[in-house]
Design a protein around this ligand. Structure first.
Ligand SMILES: NC(=O)c1ccc[n+]([C@@H]2O[C@H](COP(=O)([O-])OP(=O)(O)OC[C@H]3O[C@@H](n4cnc5c(N)ncnc54)[C@H](O)[C@@H]3O)[C@@H](O)[C@H]2O)c1
Length: 339
């Protein structure tokens, strides 16, 4: 079986298994007691995964990604008598993965865990890199931890049951990896558009693998998100404000955010117009609506954005396709350029 191991400064290494055996995690957990955190939607689409193990099926709506759900899970773990010798396994999208990582980090001061991401976004992005957490009121991912799972099982066949919106959301993050430097993804996107839109598993698994390689390489160099890891935020600063204001899936808002970053790069004469045109065509060729219209609410959110530092925002621009740069910009500068 193909696998990849990566390691950060904190805790042990994470091994990512590229497997479509939906029961493979049992081999990894061995004879340890296990508690599974999953979602009602996963149970509905994949009942065959669950064989009577201790499992909590949470409501994995963004509005439930909070401390109340964490409390509920911790009470359940205590009732079961789960201890530090046990294992927690999260099976679901980014919400389940983020919550599983956070609960595992704080329960009894830390218990080992593994993740089985089931959305395209989670397997190519959210599950990778050790960032876990929940929202606090309107503040997204405000409470959390850095902690890496022992294992991640990347099974691209899960994407077949995703809604079209969720699929396109994950694809948006994958396109981001192409634009910040993964040429193999860029070529796959160019050469296999129809197959990708048709969810061809062979191509999707290549895209997921390449995305994981890019993210793990960046994360290994900056595990605590203080420098180079910021390039992963390409499209996210504005995308985040669009996601919250327009209630769009994360990756779809990021696509709009990437388009806005391209426009800013163009206006600042950092990016050439033919390259900007190419990127816009690539995005629209996959059917994305790349238009954006930023109002007061977006600006307010930009103002509160956690990437804001000393009244400046660390903004990711493109010098070329595959060449991101991080620029500290004032809010006034950004709004003048996108106004
Ligand atoms: N930790 C990180 O580094 C990181 C990075 C990006 C995003 N995130 C977080 O990830 C979350 C978004 O994750 P997401 O996009 O994976 O969505 P999600 O977890 O919200 O799942 C979306 C929907 O798809 C359903 N679903 C999941 N897998 C399915 C499958 N195989 N078939 C059918 N339905 C399925 C879920 O039940 C849910 O209703 C956000 O909370 C975001 O903050 C975290």
């Amino acid at each position: 079986m193909q696998k990849k191991t990566y390691c950060t400064e904190r805790k042990s290494a994470t091994t990512i298994y590229f497997s479509s055996d939906k029961n493979y995690f049992h081999e990894l957990v061995g004879d340890k007691r296990i508690a599974i955190i999953s979602s009602k939607n996963i149970l509905k689409s994949y009942p065959e995964i669950f064989h009577g193990e201790n499992t909590i099926f949470i409501n994995d709506d963004e509005s439930q990604k909070n401390l109340a759900t964490v409390n509920e899970i911790i009470s359940w773990l205590l009732q079961l008598g789960i201890d530090r010798h046990s294992y927690i396994v999260g099976i679901g999208g980014g919400i389940v993965c983020d919550i599983t990582g956070f609960v595992s980090h704080i329960y009894m001061r830390g218990i080992r865990f593994g993740l089985i991401p089931t959305t395209l976004l989670a397997m190519s992005d959210a599950a990778i890199g050790g960032k876990n957490g929940v929202n606090f009121g309107e503040n997204k991912n405000m409470i959390g931890s850095f902690d890496n799972p022992d294992f991640i099982i990347a099974d691209s066949s899960f994407v077949q049951t995703l809604s079209q919106e969720q699929y396109m959301s994950g694809l948006g993050e994958i396109i981001k990896y192409a634009l910040i430097g993964n040429e193999k993804i860029l070529n796959l996107l160019q050469d296999n558009q129809a197959k990708i839109l048709d969810r061809n598993n062979e191509i999707i698994s290549k895209l997921v693998e390449e995305s994981i390689l890019t993210k793990t390489e960046i994360v290994e160099n900056d595990p605590l998100d203080t420098s180079i890891r910021h390039i992963l935020n390409f499209g996210h600063t504005i995308g985040h404000s669009i996601e919250l204001t327009e209630n769009l899936p994360h990756g779809i808002a990021v696509v709009k955010g990437m388009n806005a970053s391209v426009d800013i790069s163009l206006k600042m004469e950092i990016l050439k117009s033919d390259k900007a045109k190419y990127i816009k065509q690539l995005l629209t060729s996959f059917g994305y609506d790349i238009s954006y219209n930023l109002g007061e609410k977006h600006i307010e959110l930009l103002c509160h954005d956690k990437k804001k530092d000393d009244s400046q925002i660390r903004f990711v621009l493109l010098e070329d396709i595959g060449k991101p740069i991080i620029k500290k910009m004032s809010l006034e500068q950004i709004t003048a350029l996108i106004g």
